[in-house]
Design a protein around this ligand. Structure first.
Ligand code: AHR
Length: 312
């Protein structure tokens, strides 16, 4: 039994009967892989039949997958949108078939009536938390920052940049001297960091790395070590996600701070979906997840242990 696309009515339905399509971006980071695991676990726990599609980082693959879900007549669609623009047409198609769409972890620029709700963090705030940490840690010392941006055109890359810039605006001693995308991956993070090191006096002129996610930070740490410098000491490392690997780096003194992003976006998304389909309860347009700062002073190995089983 699936909700009738013909009547378009959210008639009484139990979670056990739901079929949900999930268009995932890919597996570019440890955080992304954990989100996929948690989403599958949450669906299984609730007896939801989850149709999973990995888009390999391509919006066109996501659009194709979404059209496939619509054709199958799923009850709802989850989308982790790789970029912020270009969704209007396919979302209109889902709306015409009365299939509610929920966005996971990234925002889009489409009209809000084209989706039911978005479960995301406040990504501007995440960047601000990272920047505030750096401003406090550096004090009055002059500091050249290099920035590893996330995927170009994605909402976390846009917003995390904005928040960080806001935080350092008043600190004239802190300047972003280089900024480039590392596509949220470890390999690209390392590669771009190597070019930054070359361009900035072999790395000696760099005071801090701001990476839009931990995976790129881990890649940068590797590049810094290979250049004969000490990450965490010679060059401070601040990033976002709070994946287990960054806590291992912190425990070794090689990373300094991270802002936590929960990989459990599906829990709140399915709660909202079930309430909507069963009780016709409209969720708020934005379900915000928490953004907590962790530093090397927070017993990193204990945090590392506590992350086990959370999709990691
Ligand atoms: O949209 C969330 C971001 O996407 C995560 O911070 C990053 O690791 C992922 O790839």
């Amino acid at each position: 039994f699936t909700l009738s696309a013909m009547t378009g009515l959210a008639t009484s339905v139990s979670a056990a009967s739901l079929t949900v399509g999930f268009s995932q971006i890919g597996s570019e980071s440890g955080w992304r892989a954990a989100e996929t695991t948690v989403t599958k676990q949450e669906a299984e726990k609730r007896g939801i039949d989850l149709k999973f599609a990995d888009a390999q980082q391509k919006q066109e693959n996501q659009i194709k997958a979404i059209r496939g879900f619509i054709a199958q007549g799923v009850d709802a669609i989850l989308i982790a949108p790789v970029v912020a623009t270009g969704w209007d047409a396919v979302l209109k198609e889902a709306k015409e078939e009365n299939i509610p769409v929920i966005l996971l972890d990234r925002e889009i620029e489409s009209p809000k009536d084209l989706y039911l709700t978005a479960v995301t963090s406040d990504q501007v705030h995440e960047g601000k938390v990272a920047g505030d940490w750096l401003v406090k840690d550096i004090g009055s010392k002059d500091c050249k920052v290099v920035e590893l941006q996330g995927t170009t055109g994605s909402s976390p890359a846009i917003n995390r940049k904005k928040g960080f810039e806001e935080a350092i605006k008043a600190a004239s001693n802190i300047k972003i001297v280089r900024s480039q995308t590392g596509d949220f991956t470890r390999t690209k993070g390392k590669e771009v960091m190597e070019s930054f090191i070359k361009a900035e006096g072999g790395g000696k002129d760099i005071c801090a790395v701001y990476a839009h996610n931990d995976d790129m930070a881990v890649g940068a740490i590797q590049a810094i070590k290979e250049a004969g410098l000490k990450p965490g000491t010679d060059i401070k490392i601040v990033s976002i996600d709070a994946v287990p690997d960054i806590f291992q780096a912190m425990a070794k003194g090689e990373a300094n701070a991270t802002v936590e992003l929960t990989p459990n976006m599906a829990g709140p998304a399915f709660d909202a979906l079930e309430a909507y389909l069963k009780d016709k309860k409209e969720p708020p347009k934005w379900i915000q997840t928490e953004s907590k700062l962790f530093t090397a002073n927070d017993d990193p190995m204990k945090v590392y242990e506590s992350k086990k089983g959370l999709g990691y």
